[in-house]
Design a protein around this ligand. Structure first.
Ligand code: ZN
Length: 140
């Protein structure tokens, strides 16, 4: 059911500035940049083999990433794990006592289905579960 680390989400104040390191100094390729209104972020997906890095810049300081930057500063914000069946993965986590942020899958970056698990359940790391449709893999 678990496939791989789909991506790591990194909160940044400015994607343009962060690309100066991740793209230019480190040499990663930008797959695409998109604004995810629902999550109040602009996100840049960088290709790292089969996985991705997601640089997230808040579009609204009141959103989750905006608040994260305010309290924790820039850095690793979430770990995204790819699953075959998000509904089943959520049901299992719920059954075993995990505190879910999303009771149901919703549409995230690249049109994938996503759901978040509260860091209180996962020892301090926000976990995102991601289910990608076949053919959407290239879209980060
Ligand atoms: Zn993510």
């Amino acid at each position: 059911m678990i496939q791989r680390i789909d991506h790591l989400g990194i909160a940044v104040r400015s994607i343009d500035q962060a690309l100066g390191f991740y793209r230019d100094a480190l040499g990663l390729t930008v797959d695409h940049i998109e604004t995810i209104e629902e999550q109040k972020v602009k996100a840049a997906m960088l290709v790292v083999g089969e996985s991705r890095l997601e640089l997230m810049e808040p579009t609204d300081p009141a959103g989750a990433v905006g608040k994260f930057l305010e309290t924790r500063g820039e850095g690793l914000q979430h770990v995204a794990i790819g699953v075959d069946d998000l509904e089943a993965a959520l049901a299992q986590a719920r059954e075993r006592g995990a505190r879910l942020i999303d009771e149901k899958p919703r549409v995230g970056a690249g049109g994938a289905l996503v759901a978040f698990i509260h860091p209180k359940s996962s020892f301090g790391v926000l976990i995102e579960l991601v289910q990608r449709g076949k053919g959407s893999v290239a879209h980060g």
